[in-house]
Design a protein around this ligand. Structure first.
Ligand code: SF4
Length: 360
């Protein structure tokens, strides 16, 4: 733990790289940067020094907040839990509308070093049940995240990633060892033209592959889709492909959240997503067979709530990140018909706080 930290250089050697044709090939994420001597990868936090790749952002966290897990959003995993949330500078995406652009699009690391032990101790001290790796893409601080995750597990905390899913299957194989749940974020329904124009990523194929791998490895998954009201972000065939993928490959009980866009960063001229459009998507995805489809970023909307797929009874009321009524029992069963919903209410021996709060 922390053994790769060298005070002399201020650098920590990265994982997931090999030498190829006089360059370093980083295969941590699906960008597969080939970096020359002295160069830095697209994410801005991986540098080649003397033929080796170093993670400039190891332990250089920009924040340590405690959030409700519903903020990630994770609506079906340990509801009511608090999660200590960490991030670093940099990102492997270049989203032109990023709401955290001040950290994600910064290509400079200037924070002091925070040991993994401190993050875990703070999480425990501040009453969190888990740690979330979020705000910027956790893949690009994978070495640090893996060290924190292992420690977190040893202290009985769970780990969740909020990720764009744009990592390689090789890296995911190691990351997944201590990963319990993930929110995987699509934008513009995963449309190829949208990804090229607004994110600078060639397409969403690697994300679908990551989701398959997460499913194979038993990670609890929720999917989001940020609906950006520009023509490339609203293509019907991309919408249908995404919903069909979730249904066929992840299962009809997988939560899918359609998130409202708000203008930010370089896309201040694009309006908020019309709520009527989000409603249309929720209804369509439900008609295609998905059981748990939600609207996000519209507080107080009825599509924030959970309905029993067995009898239609409303079992959970939410207001934004907060649960205002929870009627499932500790096995996740509907009080009216007994249908068992896809909720994780106990993890590694710890019960979801919502059960304790409501006496379910
Ligand atoms: S993690 Fe960074 S350096 Fe590595 S492939 Fe992705 S963007 Fe490039």
């Amino acid at each position: 733990m922390g053994g790769r930290w060298t005070v002399e250089t201020g650098l920590v050697e990265a994982r997931f790289w090999r030498r190829e044709d006089g360059r370093v090939h980083c295969y941590l994420c699906a960008r597969h940067c080939r970096i020359p001597e002295g160069g830095i990868g697209f994410c801005g936090v991986r540098k080649v020094v003397d033929g080796r790749l170093y993670a400039l952002n190891y332990g250089r966290i920009v924040t340590l907040n405690v959030d409700p897990i519903e903020k990630k959003p994770l609506s079906h995993f340990m509801p009511g839990a608090l999660v200590a949330s960490i991030a670093t500078a940099g990102c492997n995406y270049a989203c032109q509308y990023c709401q955290n652009w001040d950290i994600s699009q910064r290509r400079r690391v200037e924070e002091p070093y925070t040991p993994p032990e401190y993050v875990v101790e703070e999480a425990v001290r501040r009453g969190a049940s888990g740690i979330s790796y979020t705000y910027n893409e956790p893949t690009i601080f994978a070495e640090y995240a893996m060290d924190v995750m292992a420690l977190a597990h040893s202290r009985g905390l769970f780990n969740t990633w909020v990720t764009n899913g744009y990592m390689t299957v090789e890296a995911l194989g190691e990351i997944s060892r201590d990963l319990d749940a993930a929110t995987v974020d699509f934008k513009g329904h995963g449309d190829r033209a949208f990804y090229r124009k607004y994110i600078w990523v060639k397409d969403a194929e690697d994300i679908f592959e990551s989701l398959r791998e997460m499913k194979r490895r038993g990670i609890f998954i929720e999917v989001t889709d940020l609906v950006v009201p520009v023509k490339e972000g609203l293509r019907e065939e991309s919408f249908e492909r995404l919903v069909k993928f979730v249904y066929d490959e992840l299962g009809p009980d997988t939560p899918l959240h359609f998130l409202r866009f708000h203008p930010d960063y370089r896309m201040m001229d694009v309006p908020h997503t019309p709520v009527g459009l989000l409603e249309k998507y929720v209804e369509k995805a439900r008609s295609m067979g998905l059981h748990h489809v939600y609207i996000g970023n519209v507080w107080g909307h009825p599509y924030e709530d959970t309905y029993c797929p067995g009898c239609g009874y409303k079992v959970v009321d939410r207001y934004g990140f907060y649960i205002t009524r929870f009627e499932l029992d500790r096995h996740g069963r509907c009080p009216k018909c007994g249908y068992k919903l896809n909720f994780i209410l106990r993890w590694r021996g710890v019960e979801a706080p919502v059960l304790i709060d409501t006496g379910s």
